[in-house]
Design a protein around this ligand. Structure first.
Ligand code: NAP
Length: 261
């Protein structure tokens, strides 16, 4: 999609990746409706972006927030929904509170699905439209210590693929992006320590935002960012037992860091 023609609802715009995306998409000529939960932060972001951009404050784990964001999107004339809002969830599954797991499901999976459901009839009326879902490597390479988070991102990946196939005869593209670790506040100190211990690479928000912008420009359906994560995600698809073995060797380290949360 030509970004100069794009009118984008960007969720999670006040977060680490969201702010970099907002800047780069605006620089590329897109008009942004930025969504978040903190009104002063949204106002500061909209001011920094300049004229032609707007904001909506919406708690996306709640139906009222979905309705507010979808209503503002129609008013703004959105033709691209960028589902970027998300929360992390590191910890051993049995030790996680069910309320925290429910919040993960509501924010990372139900919210993008509900926003898509609310906006799809509108998007289908646009000459060109796209739904862009920010997933994670863990959606294709589910990881010990991230069972619930991996489930949300695997769900988002499956949803994106099925919907892309269902909308193949329309002008609505469905794009799914799977970054590896990114340097943002989403990762707790325990996650950062785990990544250092496992020698997992972490990317800057600017780099990932550039990759997202490029994927949108090219209209690529699926993009996995980062090597060797891309390779291991592929391997998990064809030979998951090999990944089971590899992660078994890292389990003691993962448990140690999960215990230090
Ligand atoms: N960081 C990583 O290592 C990593 C790796 C792969 C994929 N990702 C994905 O990248 C996306 C962006 O994450 P990030 O790293 O930029 O995280 P972040 O810095 O923590 O920002 C998260 C954003 O989501 C918003 N948000 C969270 N819960 C919300 C809710 N219930 N309703 C509305 N908005 C909500 C936050 O709003 P507030 O400002 O109001 O809290 C914030 O704007 C997420 O989907 C994440 O899963 C991240």
């Amino acid at each position: 999609m030509q970004l100069s023609d794009a009118r984008i609802l960007l969720t999670g715009a006040t977060g680490g990746l969201g702010q970099a995306l907002a800047r780069q998409l605006a620089d590329a000529g897109a008009h942004l409706l930025v969504a978040g939960r903190n009104t002063p932060q949204l106002a500061a972001l909209t001011n920094a972006l300049g004229a032609g951009h707007s904001s909506v404050c919406a708690e996306l784990s709640q139906p009222e927030g979905i309705a507010a964001a979808a209503g503002a999107a129609r008013e703004f004339g959105v033709n691209l929904l960028l589902n970027n809002a998300g929360i992390g969830g590191f910890g051993l599954y049995e030790e996680q509170a069910w309320s925290d797991i429910e919040m993960l499901l509501a924010t990372n999976l139900a919210a993008p699905m509900r926003l898509t459901h609310a906006l799809l009839p509108w998007l289908k009326q646009q000459p060109e439209a796209a739904i862009v879902n920010v997933g994670s490597t863990f959606g294709s390479l589910p990881f010990a210590g991230f069972a619930a988070y991996s489930a949300t991102k695997a769900g988002l990946r499956g949803f994106s693929q099925a919907l892309r196939r269902e909308l193949a005869d329309t002008d609505v593209a469905v794009i799914h992006l799977a970054p590896r670790a990114i340097d943002t506040p989403l990762n707790s100190e325990a996650v950062n320590a785990l990544n250092r211990a496992l020698k997992n690479q972490s990317d800057s928000t600017e780099l990932v935002a550039r990759q997202v912008v490029e994927a949108i420009r090219r209209g690529r359906g699926e993009s996995h960012f980062g090597f060797p994560e891309r390779f291991f995600a592929w391997l998990n698809g064809v030979a998951p037992a090999l990944i089971d073995q590899g992660l078994a060797g890292k389990l003691a380290t993962i448990k140690q860091h999960a215990g230090n949360k």
